[in-house]
Design a protein around this ligand. Structure first.
Ligand code: NAD
Length: 429
């Protein structure tokens, strides 16, 4: 048999070097001139600390075995255990997880949570798997990561296509392996297992708390704003509901099947009822149909991106017809898209600040689990508002002081927290 020729090592890019990771790195590089960092800190933070790839086999309901590629990336453990979501999606790659882990580091640091960033994923089409198959996949993935995740090491949480049930399976698998209940291994789990009240609404509600604070700074009345929301899942669905709760009008929402639009504003109760019955927005009768691409370009005051990354790009940013773009999703604006929106004077509320409500209440959940002492819903909502308002104000002030964008300011604030800790700790040994 002919010997396979391997390319020279210098021609092989780093395993996590994908377009999304380059976006995260480019944002980091844009923030460096304004941050209190030296070369060795930059070099350390430009790569994840640990990137794990596993192949997860499960028996499909039909009887055959299928193997799914899966990942967990931990970017920085300088400030504490790493923390980040787990997503099930056909496009998950190591680089995507690495990019999302980097953003989690800045986000946790910006919010002054004692965590670094992580992210995990399984490359699968979750809609093509039955509930028992998803359970087997989740449990085997958890077993494969024994020694990598843990309540003092790395704490998973829900992300795209994972939910409370997924977290319950992880908690149970981990607990069975160590021999006692370990609720603090995951956050975003059911309240019956030590989950926190208000966790499931926290990201979407937090998005709207940030929007509210921004409106105050801009001198706008949120109740007068016309909003478009891309994505109608955990983040977008709750954000849309909270916006309506504040008196704003939601003109359009979308899911993976497309969007619905009504110039008068949508009846979200009816939209929810339709989804509960039909699983998707497709076919919703009381509104105009729009594609996801068209939805992004609808005229509105506030455009909330709450679906997935790479939605506002160099190609469509010139046609975005909103005054404020709100990043509920992680990385929904590409570097090119960001530059064009900036030139056009469209304010961007950046992901690391805007969707930090989820990880903040996850932190509250972990603290409650470790202390075995649980707080009320109102207490949690109030603590979340305090945390987000404090972070928002620091970002706004830094942006004004340095003459930089809110994204750069949010990254600089996060990077400075990590860099200060890294400087104090030094490089081991
Ligand atoms: P989800 O799975 O609950 O919802 C995602 C929504 O996006 C669904 O409505 C889905 O149909 C829609 N969608 C999928 N593909 C789409 C496409 N091509 N075009 C338009 N819509 C599409 O996920 P989620 O938890 O709401 O997460 C959404 C985003 O928010 C992700 O970027 C995630 O990383 C980020 N995020 C989530 C949390 C959290 O607590 N859930 C926290 C921080 C950030």
């Amino acid at each position: 048999m002919a010997k396979l020729e391997e390319p020279p090592v210098e021609e092989v890019q780093l395993e996590w070097d994908t377009p999304l990771f380059r976006t995260a790195l480019a944002q980091f590089e844009q923030a460096i001139p304004y941050a209190d960092v030296n070369e060795s800190i930059v070099a350390r933070l430009a790569s994840p600390e640990r990137a794990v790839m596993v192949a997860v086999p499960i028996r499909r309901d039909a009887g055959h075995v299928e193997v799914f590629p899966a990942y967990r990336v931990q970017h920085s453990s300088v400030l504490g255990p790493t923390k980040g979501g787990l997503r099930y999606d056909p496009h998950v790659t190591l680089g995507e997880c690495a990019a999302l882990a980097v953003w989690m580091t800045w986000k946790c640091a910006l919010l002054r949570l004692p965590y670094g960033g992580a992210k995990g994923g399984i490359r699968c089409n979750p809609r093509a798997l039955s509930l028992p198959e998803l359970q087997r996949l989740t449990r085997r993935y958890t077993s494969e990561l024994r020694g990598v995740i843990g309540p003092q090491e790395d704490i998973p949480a829900p992300d795209m296509a994972t939910n409370e049930q997924t977290m319950a399976w992880i908690m149970d698998t981990y607990s069975m392996q160590v021999g006692y209940a370990v609720p603090e291994i995951v956050t975003g789990k059911p309240v019956s297992l030590g989950g926190s009240l208000f966790r499931s609404e926290a990201t979407g509600a937090g998005v709207v708390m940030v929007v509210e604070r921004a409106c105050e700074r801009l001198g706008w009345n949120l109740a007068e704003q016309r909003c478009v929301v891309q994505g109608f899942g955990n983040v977008g669905g709750i954000a849309a509901q909270e916006l309506v709760g504040k008196g704003a009008t939601v003109l359009a929402v979308s899911d993976f099947s497309g969007g619905v639009y009504s110039e008068r504003g949508l009846d979200l109760t009816a939209v929810r009822a339709w989804i509960a019955e039909h699983a998707t927005l497709e076919g919703y009768p009381d509104a105009e149909n729009v594609t996801n691409a068209e939805l992004l370009e609808l005229p509105c005051d506030i455009l909330v991106l709450a679906a997935l990354e790479g939605q506002v790009t160099g190609e469509n940013a010139a046609r975005i017809d909103a005054k404020v773009v709100v990043e509920g999703a992680n990385g929904p604006t590409t570097i090119e898209g960001d530059a064009i929106l900036g030139e056009r004077g469209i304010l961007i509320l950046p992901d690391v600040l805007t969707n930090a409500g989820g990880v903040t209440v996850s932190y509250f959940e972990w603290v409650q689990d470790l202390g075995r002492l649980f707080w009320t819903r109102n207490e949690i909502r109030a603590r979340l508002a305090d945390k987000l308002n404090d972070a928002f104000d620091r970002v706004w002030t830094l942006a004004e002081k340095q003459g930089i964008s809110l994204r750069q300011a949010a990254l600089v604030a996060g990077i400075n927290e990590v860099a200060a800790a890294l400087k104090a700790r030094g490089i081991y040994p």
